[in-house]
Ligand binder design. Structure first.
Ligand code: ATP
Ligand code: MG
Length: 716
């Protein structure tokens, strides 16, 4: 570093500078969380512009979210000023794909003003095709087809690439045929879906040399953040574009690969070196984000994964507070406790903006939202909707409102044809007309209209059933506890079945939310009291100006950082998720563990992990075991407390000894393999104890339990 350094180089460490200044040739930056990968990429962009190596329009720069693109644009703007004006090719894969496709739409049979379908349109179209193909839409739901087609697109497969084996994945071998029909339909209506934004462009680049060459010339430099989460189609696309000039710089962390369910392939990291021989691989080892205790805790967990590329991390930051592990009795106590801790942080001078709660599953936000509304703690939900604003929750509540209050026309309108029961616009407007004419609420009008001959056939039958159902539910409401009423109502109305039929991950999430809603009702004395609570919640918008704590999923938190992070619900079956335990085998358990690593490493100063001993499901208390990941946290980096007698010994007994084969070594009572390896090889490898290597610096190994042989041929 010298005083003449341009502003974007100031403060960068040596390997970061190398990543910034090695502008020519392939570069792969492979480094752990918080080591300044994104910071280096931003500086690299500034460098290319500042030194006039390229015009803004000659750099292709891929970020994971639009928000990340915006931030990068702002930061580069601050560093180099006006030069950043118009960075047309800075954005997500999808945004950049859309832009390219508009320019060359005719090459895949579209016009440049094509529509990008949203999920609803997409599903409606697929449903039509399924029906037209004489398939039972209940057995072969559109959402399932959507998932299969999406996974083909993520792999870069056009209908022509789908062989018989692949085709089996939908409707006994008809998947390929429906894929082809779907693509034909899209073309006919001049539309494409999200997957096409990349797939069509890949097709164009593969089949039109002139177009490919034009882009290979244009993009002097290519940069990719969060590279570990690229999928095949994205990879193939990048490889084509970079093949000519080979000035491509990718940054990523194999331990943070958390999107394999969307087709991401961490193997792309290994492919990179094969496809770009002589690539310079740069490792960043200094972490600027987190304290040694946070790094040690995260490292202890991820060390349990196999097949890692393995890396060292160290930090100059003070040890700070140990990671806190808090065992509580149940969900409400978890929410209460986090609220208290946040308010205490606030009193000690921290801003709510610097605190976050990260959850594994969307439905976990509800308990926190209810609590924070009750105590007036401002919060925002990022990357998702507030619990009570989600579609399935609004639907369910509309049903409850109709039962509670027959004159609630808005609620009645919402559910009259959800799930679909053959009450189309025409039938509904007949009811409306009748209601206006007789000056009565819709429900009353609907009941009375059955005595007339205004409605006929299926619509009449269907409306009769709905009116009868609602009357029956209203009767039931007198005797039945209201959560039980809700559950029966959701079943009998066909609402639950509607989502069950879909068999998609999204539908599974909605079903979980519905369960969570029933659980929430148990906390109120009556249906009326609960509905009142909901209306108050909906009204509680909070101003965007005041500092707010953030509640989000771990997936949405990728790349972000907060001073204080609360990690809720670390219990077996919740995190790791039941799904990963039931279906996925080792691979999906390891993906859950990478999620745990991402979660802990979002924290700058303090991470607090919570687990509850009991969760309430359908009014039944179910006791839960602390997550195995809790047991994998190295003892020297955590402070555990529990509000229950015997709680700590419980999880220690359950996981600790099993998860930590070197436990005796760490406590200095024996000589295990880890110790021997470190001593005999003379390397600085240590399992997890922070070790002082300079006056104030401590090194925390995030290595792979001594598996230094897992370098997988990556040269540094
Ligand atoms: P992740 O893997 O979570 O995406 P990352 O490797 O991209 O992390 P950054 O977000 O770029 O890491 O940086 C983490 C923090 O460290 C940021 O607050 C950043 O400003 C800071 N930082 C990065 N490089 C340096 C440096 N050389 N000196 C001081 N602070 C730095
Ligand atoms: Mg980053």
């Amino acid at each position: 570093p010298s005083p003449q350094d341009p502003p974007y180089l100031r403060g960068l460490n040596e390997p970061q500078r190398e990543a910034v200044l090695t502008s020519e040739g392939p570069v792969l930056v492979l480094a752990g969380a918080g080591t300044g990968k994104t910071a280096a990429l931003t500086a690299r962009l500034a460098h290319l512009l500042y030194t006039r190596k390229a015009w803004p329009s000659e750099i292709l720069s891929v970020t994971f979210t639009n928000k990340a693109a915006r931030e990068m644009r702002e930061r580069v703007g601050r560093l180099v000023g006006d030069a950043v004006e118009g960075m047309p090719w800075l954005g997500t894969f999808h945004a950049i794909g859309a832009k390219m496709l508009r320019r060359h739409a005719e090459l895949v049979g579209l016009q440049s003003n094509f529509t990008i379908l949203d999920t609803d349109d997409q599903l409606r179209l697929m449903k039509q095709l399924i029906v037209a193909a004489n398939l039972d839409e209940k057995r072969f739901p559109a959402r399932q087809l959507a998932g299969v087609i999406d996974s083909w697109k993520n792999k870069g497969m056009t209908p022509a690439d789908v062989d018989a084996g692949e085709s089996e994945r939908f409707a006994n071998g008809r998947g390929g045929e429906l894929y082809q029909q779907y693509q034909d339909r899209l073309k006919a209506v001049n539309a494409c879906d999200f997957g096409d934004l990349l797939l069509h462009v890949l097709t164009i680049l593969r089949t039109h040399r002139d177009v490919l060459e034009q882009y290979q010339q244009r993009f002097r430099y290519i940069m990719v953040d969060e590279y570990q989460d690229t999928n095949s189609v994205q990879y193939l696309w990048l490889r084509l574009l970079a093949q000519e000039r080979k000035n491509i710089c990718c940054v990523g962390d194999d331990d943070q690969s958390i999107y394999s369910w969307r087709g991401a392939q961490v193997e792309n990291i290994l492919r990179f070196e094969r496809d770009f021989p002589g690539a310079k691989v740069i490792r960043l080892e200094q972490n600027y984000r987190s304290t040694p205790h946070i790094l040690g805790a995260a490292g202890g967990v991820i060390a349990n994964n196999s097949g890692r590329l393995g890396k060292q991390l160290w930090t100059e930051l003070d040890a700070g507070e140990k990671v806190r592990v808090i065992g509580v009795w149940d969900g409400p106590e978890e929410a209460r406790r986090v609220g208290e801790e946040m308010e205490a942080c606030r009193r000690s001078g921290k801003s709510y903006d610097e605190m976050a709660i990260l959850v594994r599953a969307q439905h976990q936000t509800r308990e926190f939202e209810d609590r924070f509304i009750a105590i007036g703690l401002p919060y925002r939900i990022v990357g998702g909707q507030r619990f009570y604003e989600r579609m399935e929750i609004r639907d369910a509540i509309a049903y409850l409102r109709v039962v509670n209050q027959p004159a609630d026309d808005l609620a009645f309108e919402r559910i009259v044809n959800v799930p679909k029961r053959g009450l189309g616009d025409k039938a509904v407007s007949t009811v409306h007309r009748y209601a206006r004419a007789t000056g009565s609420p819709l429900m009353t009008a609907a009941a009375r209209i059955l005595d007339t001959d205004e409605l006929t056939g299926a619509a009449r039958k269907s409306l009769g059933r709905l009116v009868g159902d609602i009357a029956r539910w209203r009767d039931m409401a007198r005797d039945l506890p209201h959560p039980e009423l809700a559950r029966q109502l959701l079943d009998e109305s066909g609402y639950t079945a509607m989502w069950q039929a879909e068999k998609s991950a999204e539908a599974a999430g909605r079903l979980e939310n519905l369960n969570e809603l029933v659980r929430a009702m148990e906390e109120y004395d009556s249906l009326g009291a609960f509905l009142e609570h909901v209306s108050l919640v909906m009204d509680n918008e909070g101003s965007a100006q005041e500092p707010q704590v953030t509640i989000m999923t771990i997936h949405a938190a990728k790349g972000l950082e907060f001073d204080t992070v609360f990690l809720a619900g670390w219990e077996e079956g919740l995190f790791p998720s039941q799904r990963s335990l039931d279906e996925g085998g080792l691979a999906s358990l390891e993906e859950e563990r990478r999620l745990a690593y991402v979660a802990i490493t979002r924290a700058r100063r303090l991470a607090v992990i919570l687990h509850a001993a009991n969760r309430r499901i359908y009014g039944q208390w179910t006791s839960s075991l602390p997550s195995r990941f809790v047991g994998e946290l190295p003892a020297e980096h955590i402070d555990a407390e529990t509000t229950m007698a015997g709680g700590e010994s419980l999880w220690r007994a359950n996981w600790s000894e099993r998860a930590d084969p070197f436990a005796d070594v760490n406590r200095g009572t024996g000589r295990g393999p880890g110790w021997q390896r470190a001593a005999s090889s003379g390397s600085t490898f240590t399992r997890d104890a922070p070790r002082v290597i300079e006056s104030r610096a401590s090194a925390v190994s995030l290595g792979n339990k001594g598996r230094s042989d897992v370098s997988l041929g990556l040269r540094v």
